[in-house]
Unconditional design. Structure first.
Length: 183
């Protein structure tokens, strides 16, 4: 992502990269020691250049990396974050799940539980990193951190909300929704 973004020209097409990660904790540039894993050293911890604190990525979670020329699209960071949240909210609505974003904490929540996290890096008017949606994964690694820097933050996933779709099916639907909110 860094190399792709550094090599961008005004003609470079925007891209979405969707995947699942092996188990990993990622810590953004604002990461603080008090939020890091407690009592767990079997999962790698990687410091990265996105915004935000710490989160967990693993199999059963979709990560959509959003590589955009924000200048070309006339987008600012906050409206882009809201659009990405809306893509997830729209997807969850299709499954009959009521969800919302929060002004004080980027991401998507079902009740008080976070189901999707967002973190971006913007450089030279272009962004990378993106969003992570929990589908059907082991949520226990979230229990050893303060997800996104919030002690005690509950985390949920589609499977626990009764959605039995495969990760690949949800990934296709989420990409469609993200493309839709980006135009």
């Amino acid at each position: 992502m860094q190399s792709f973004t550094a090599a961008r020209t005004p003609e470079t097409s925007d891209e979405l990269w969707a995947l699942q990660h092996p188990p990993v904790y990622t810590v953004g540039v604002a990461g603080r020691a008090q939020h890091l894993p407690r009592g767990r050293d079997d999962i790698p911890l990687v410091r990265i250049d996105r915004g935000g604190q710490i989160t967990y990525h693993g199999p059963g979670q979709i990560v959509v990396y959003v590589l955009l020329d924000m200048r070309r699209r006339g987008l600012m960071v906050r409206p882009l974050v809201r659009r990405l949240e809306q893509a997830v909210i729209d997807l969850l609505h299709d499954y009959g799940i009521s969800a919302a974003g929060r002004v004080d904490a980027p991401g998507v929540y079902v009740g008080a539980a976070k189901i999707a996290a967002l973190g971006l890096r913007v450089t030279r008017g272009c962004c990378y990193h993106g969003l992570a949606l929990n589908i059907d994964m082991d949520l226990s690694p979230f229990g050893t951190i303060d997800p996104c820097g919030y002690p005690g933050l509950a985390v949920t996933q589609l499977r626990d909300l009764g959605v039995m779709e495969s990760v690949d099916t949800v990934m296709e639907q989420l990409i469609f929704k993200v493309e839709g909110v980006l135009g």
